[in-house]
Ligand binder design. Sequence first.
Ligand SMILES: Cc1cc2nc3c(=O)[nH]c(=O)nc-3n(C[C@H](O)[C@H](O)[C@H](O)COP(=O)(O)OP(=O)(O)OC[C@H]3O[C@@H](n4cnc5c(N)ncnc54)[C@H](O)[C@@H]3O)c2cc1C
Length: 390
Amino acid sequence: MVDFNLTDEQKALQKKAREFAIQEIIPVSRKYDESGEFPYEIYQKAFEQGLMNTIFPREVGGPGLGILENCLIVEETAAADPGITTSLFDNCLGAEPIIIGGTAEQKERFLKPLTEELKFIAFATSEPGMGSDVAGIATTARLENNDIILNGRKMWITNGGVASFMSTFVRLEGTKRHKGITGVVIPMDLEGIRLGKPIPKMGHKASNTVRISLDNVRVPKDHILGEPGNGFPIAMKTFAHTRPTIGAFATGMARAAMEYAIAYSKRREAFESKLSDFQSIQFMIAEMKMHYDAARLLTWFSAWEADQGRDNTISASIAKAFASDYGMKTASDAVQIFGGYGYIKTYLIEKLFRDAKLYQIYEGTSQIQRMIIGRYMLSKYDPHFDETFT
Ligand SMILES: Cc1cc2nc3c(=O)[nH]c(=O)nc-3n(C[C@H](O)[C@H](O)[C@H](O)COP(=O)(O)OP(=O)(O)OC[C@H]3O[C@@H](n4cnc5c(N)ncnc54)[C@H](O)[C@@H]3O)c2cc1C
């Protein structure tokens, strides 16, 4: 049986997130985009209302919700403001490697404090010289008695400047590529950690993004997730679990862009008609709806697969790439429908257009998603017809 109905609990969660987005985020969205300040007040309220840390397990005081529920929340808040939502969701990204690879004791030690009061946990694989090629991580870890000593730089780290903890991936000294990658949770007040200033960005300005230097940072060995050198699969499974949510981000952003474009096209007149009377505008809006529905279904399917405990690597890449690429197209077409008013700061569509681009870049670019899907198709895909038919 296939069922596309949401449960009453899921509908209630979706409604709560939509009300939060309308009442708490939209009114201050422009203000934070202009100031670039970190909107603590919004996160405090989201924390109190149970809209943060949604995937944290019940054993550590979290609500223990699934990735599908996370997608429902994120679609609503990203429709209101993608940047504010990037930092809202980031605790789930930072927590995911611990949920996947941590012991019960590590979950209690690192995640429980985040459920007791508003605190942040960042996630860091990227470095100044590497983003897509995670096996190319250069930050080193040297094992020394009961500690590991970390040296290197992490780059573009969301919430890095406000976080109490960071789930990061480093390389055991003397190893190459995938084999030496090690996951480790770092308290951010350790000696040797230096934070850069918030990095100025095209969009997502309310979200904190920094460079982090690690100079002889001494971390107890019991902060390592799993065995030293076995971190690469934890990082990849983390992405499989978080990419559906990026699909939901892009879907929510595209939904808002589509709705703004529809409303504007019904108001604006040209050639003694409403814009919405022109077939070329109607076709653009029809395409937006086709892509929105498809992106949402792909996203929900991948989230559902992950929540079932299945390997959702491929569906996550499909959902992320499709929703991000067509989200960008929808934002661009919406600006087109607004004409000159789409290009200036009068309407929120200008901001959505700037925000949309990031979805094609972070958590694996659209090219990297295609690489993952392409490799699967050429090695593991099971054809329906016998190859002798060809
Ligand atoms: C605002 C923001 C927030 C971020 N937050 C985080 C965070 O919290 N934690 C974190 O770890 N990282 C974060 N990132 C980093 C982000 O994940 C990387 O920027 C992204 O993975 C791309 O890496 P790169 O920038 O090094 O690009 P590169 O890897 O240098 O790629 C450059 C271009 O080449 C293409 N390319 C690379 N390899 C291939 C290939 N094999 N085939 C075809 N094309 C290829 C890419 O698709 C891209 O178009 C963030 C980035 C930004 C901008």
